[in-house]
Design a protein. Sequence first.
Length: 152
Amino acid sequence: MSEYVATVDWVRGDQSFSDRRYCRAHDWRFDGGAVVRGSSAPSSVPLPMSDAAAVDPEEALVASVSSCHMLFFLDFAARAGLIVDRYTDEAVAVMDKDDRGRTAIVLVRLRPLVVFTGTDPDKATLDDLHHRAHEACYIANSIRAEVRVEAR
């Protein structure tokens, strides 16, 4: 068993609160010292009550799935003797009603583009690496949304 800790810290300050026009910007603090500015998505809570420059929970979820997949992919590629120079994923999360009628992220589409040194693996090898990474990714295994890998 492992545990992971994040501290989410929001302070009202001198803002009004009961009118619901308070800023949703807050900080995410992680055990290694990283601090990330978080906020509601401007599509959920309009500006200026959201901070468009901050990371919203929906973006964090898609980045988490993408990052987990990438880390497993890189490990499996290294074990296969492949040299990866760059891995870029333009991942997208789709929010809609789920099968329970609740608003949820229903699809995470990973669109990784991988650049190798030397000989590129054939399509079957690349597909296998992505399949194994998808199966191993505990973030993807933790969510209800479909995770679709569309390698480019």
